[in-house]
Ligand binder design. Structure first.
Ligand SMILES: [Zn+2]
Ligand SMILES: [Zn+2]
Length: 270
């Protein structure tokens, strides 16, 4: 099915391929980020509000800005993906069309490799974009959401969108990769990104101290990044932050505070 979808994209003109990839990205955003907003922000249950990481609601202007920049991001993402997967750059890459060429074992292993490559790429690109000489021109757009909603997951300045999409170029030139792996990678990335901007933590109390959990990035960690701007630069994992000393020193205490809130106690006004 993936092969036939890819064949359809390849068989059509480049502009149709661009539109097809744009629609895939947009539908995923609407389905995943949209349902997260409906579930967590649409039904404002007081019990749920107690656990909201930052106890305030975003303004309407925040939702609108996050949606607008995300659509711009998808236009850029799909344009770059089209060039690499279906356009003139593809013959020079390691992108391959037949799963049998490397087998399903490699297909699965390459998905893990893609996530590890993206995690490292994101961490270092993200840190670079926090350099004072770049920050206000590029990355500030994403940080205008100091109390992010799931809709902020792709709310980037167009230049940041180019940087973020650059990982597809790096992957395509680095390792043999099937378009199906790219599709799965984008799905996992979207789910994780929406979780990171959710505004609520889904992992249980003390997760940040668990031998495995301490290496996994959490919604609280990325929410702290939006609130305080400095520290917690990771995407899927926390090892780069822990190895490089950029994990915020108040991460453990904030995780304890948010996950330890008593929903049976007094409820703050929404
Ligand atoms: Zn940032
Ligand atoms: Zn963010």
């Amino acid at each position: 099915m993936i092969d036939s979808l890819y064949g359809t994209v390849l068989g059509s003109g480049m502009s149709q391929a661009w539109i097809a990839i744009f629609v895939i990205l947009l539908v995923r955003y609407v389905a995943i980020a949209g349902s997260a907003v409906l579930i967590w922000y649409g039904w404002r249950r007081p019990q749920r509000y107690v656990k909201k990481i930052q106890q305030r609601w975003p303004r309407l202007a925040d939702y609108v800005r996050e949606i607008g920049y995300s659509i711009l991001t998808f236009i850029i993402f799909s344009g770059i993906a089209m060039l690499v997967l279906a356009g003139p750059v593809r013959p020079y890459t390691h992108v391959y069309g037949d799963v049998a060429e490397y087998g399903w074992g490699y297909f699965a292993a390459s998905l893990v490799a893609v996530l590890l490559i993206h995690d490292a790429y994101f961490y270092w690109a993200h840190r670079a974009m926090h350099h004072p000489s770049i920050y206000r021109w590029v990355h500030l757009t994403h940080h205008r959401s100091t109390n992010p909603t799931p809709l902020a997951a792709f709310a980037f300045h167009p230049l940041e969108a180019v940087v973020e999409a650059g990982v597809i170029v790096v992957i395509a030139f680095l390792i043999p990769v099937h378009p199906g792996v790219i599709l799965l990678f984008v799905l996992i990335m979207t789910l994780d990104n929406v979780y990171g901007h959710l505004g609520w933590e889904l992992y249980p109390k003390n997760f940040q101290r668990h031998p495995i959990g301490r290496w996994i990035n959490t919604s609280i960690s990325h929410n702290q990044h939006h609130r305080h701007v400095q520290g917690n630069y990771g995407l899927y994992f926390l090892w780069w932050d822990r190895w490089c000393g950029t994990l915020r020193p108040d991460y453990d205490a904030t995780f304890d505070e948010v996950s330890g809130r008593d929903t049976a106690g007094s409820l703050p006004a929404a």
